[in-house]
Design a protein around this ligand. Structure first.
Ligand code: ADP
Ligand code: GLC
Length: 493
């Protein structure tokens, strides 16, 4: 049994911006199911304050921490891990409660102390282990927000023998966010002489990169799909970190995310009006009508529905719809429903499209979990034209909900969707290579063509619905690399 401390800035459904939240809920739960002692550390954001049903246990007195000349204190709260099955062995969940830094609107911000908020989380995680007198075998950190922890462990906390055999693993969920701050923040790190360990060229250029520091000092690295692990070693996808990643490729593993099949399961999902399964798909039609009504569109039996649920950011590739989507909507009896929020240029694009094609297209600007489930359940096709996609979860949800993914052939999309071949009847979706409007046009037209052929469509939907994306296999892969790492650390002693 391993002791694993999972440190994260998001956790579904308590604090969610994107897929990191889903992974932070499902992976620790799956590791705990495998018999490991898993403890998850999360900030106590404002959203967790207003949740009145939740009980919090205060574990300690106030802990004061110094960050350069600033001082902040926090309290340790324990609360139930959001796990649906109370009988199962669940991770323990601890919160870093520091109102000055976390009692704000939203999870991420762009104020001058953003670096401090996540240094507090990283140091808070280490301090919580100290207070619990619990020596984790593995600190599992995620993205830039917790990427400073491995270096802090080796320097600021290097004196503490509790962590003598603790090793660190950094998972890259998205290299597009690196946590780059001006060198003014150096003082807050308290590194002293160990400042020489930071990337010196970055410092001379006036900045410090949290993710890069994590890539340098974590004992092991993972990326959330095998294809993404390879892509980030290239200049096209590495966002400046490709050389470093390539130099550390012997410790970089690609492990594809799974999905929480208790939350995203069409036969038990109580957020959708009609449950359904591969054996009995009748409910899907009901969900389709309900989706169209909810979005203010006329229910129509024959028109295929294309769904999108996404953060509206450059990563997600919506430029490829600017010309292709008006053509597709004019040419075909098809519906498009979009749920998302984010950058104004994309919001404007979808709003304009809705005005132009008001009987065929509807856009909901916002974050809405229930509607996300309904879109997965009620659409026929799910579109993800991502510029890059470390893993992506919606294409997996879609397949299990019998909604055919049309995705760009990149990252985790390439690892979890296979091209449908009508001669063999194999494959689960449509993949396209070119990041262009032409690429999208080709792929959506192909999906629409298949939709017109009921036999082919039935086969394709069956293939998709029978895919097993549960976490079990990936959690075992994590456990294996953790075990190898902790055995190595025992051998080294
Ligand atoms: P990313 O983490 O890059 O946003 P993923 O596909 O890994 O992409 O995960 C996105 C998660 O966030 C999914 O669970 C998706 O359903 C959810 N999501 C994204 N946008 C919205 C939204 N506007 N409303 C509800 N859920 C959303
Ligand atoms: C990131 C990526 C997404 C991935 C998620 C969870 O936000 O953009 O592709 O699925 O993290 O790992």
């Amino acid at each position: 049994m391993l002791k694993i401390c999972f440190v994260t800035s998001e956790l579904a459904p308590l604090a969610k911006v994107g897929g990191l939240a889903d992974v932070s809920q499902a992976l620790p739960a799956a590791l705990a199911q495998l018999g490991h002692d898993v403890r998850v550390i999360l900030p106590r954001y404002r959203e967790l304050k207003t949740d009145s049903d939740r009980q919090f246990v205060n574990l300690d007195n106030t802990i004061a921490l110094e960050f350069g000349s600033r001082a902040h204190s926090f309290q340790i709260l324990e609360t139930d891990f959001p796990d649906k099955d109370p009988s199962s062995q669940a991770p323990r969940l601890f919160l870093v409660d520091c109102p000055e830094l976390f009692d704000r609107t939203g999870i991420y911000g762009n104020q001058a102390d953003e670096h401090l908020r996540f240094l507090m989380l990283s140091r808070g995680a280490i301090e919580i282990c100290q207070r619990l007198k619990w020596a984790p075998d593995i600190f599992h950190v995620n993205d830039w927000q917790t990427a400073m922890l491995p270096l802090l462990l080796k320097t600021v906390y290097g004196w503490d023998s509790l962590f003598h055999s603790t090793r660190s693993v950094l998972t890259i969920h998205n290299i597009g966010h690196q946590g780059i701050f001006p060198t003014d923040v150096l003082e807050d790190l308290n590194l002293g002489d160990a400042e020489t360990l930071l990337h010196q060229q970055d410092l001379s250029e006036g900045h410090i990169n949290f993710l890069k520091t994590g890539l340098l000092y974590s004992d092991l690295l993972t990326a959330v799909s095998p294809t993404y692990a390879k892509e980030i070693q290239t200049s096209e996808y590495g966002m400046g970190l490709e050389h470093l990643l390539s130099a550390r490729r012997s410790v970089l593993h690609g492990i594809v995310n799974g999905i929480d099949t208790e939350v995203w399961n069409p036969s038990t999902d109580n957020l959708i009006p009609a449950q359904f399964s591969a054996a009995d798909r009748s409910g899907k039609q009901h969900n389709k009508f309900s989706l169209l009504e909810t979005m203010g569109l006329e229910p129509n039996h024959s028109a295929p529905v294309i769904g999108i649920v996404s953060r509206l950011t450059a990563q997600k590739g919506f430029e490829t719809l600017y010309e292709s989507m008006p053509i597709l909507l004019s040419e075909n009896d098809v519906r498009l429903v979009v749920l998302g929020s984010g950058q104004p240029e994309y919001t404007r694009f979808f709003q304009t499209l809705q005005t132009q094609f008001s009987d065929k297209m509807a856009f909901h600007d916002g974050f809405n979990n229930k509607l996300a489930h309904l879109i997965e359940a009620g659409s026929d096709i799910f579109l993800m034209p991502s510029r890059y996609e470390p893993c992506g979860l919606n294409q997996m949800y879609s397949q299990n909900y019998g909604t055919i993914p049309v995705v760009r052939n990149t990252g985790g999309l390439a690892d979890t969707v296979s091209q449908y071949d009508e001669t063999t009847g194999q494959g689960t979706g449509i993949l396209f290579d070119d990041f262009t409007n032409q690429g999208v046009l080709w792929a959506v037209r192909r999906a629409l063509e298949l939709y017109q052929d009921p036999e082919q469509w039935y086969q394709l939907v069956s293939n998709a619905m029978f895919q097993d994306f549960s976490w079990n296999k990936s959690a075992q892969q994590y456990a294996q690399i953790f075990e190898r790492l902790s055995n190595l650390s025992v051998l080294k002693r």
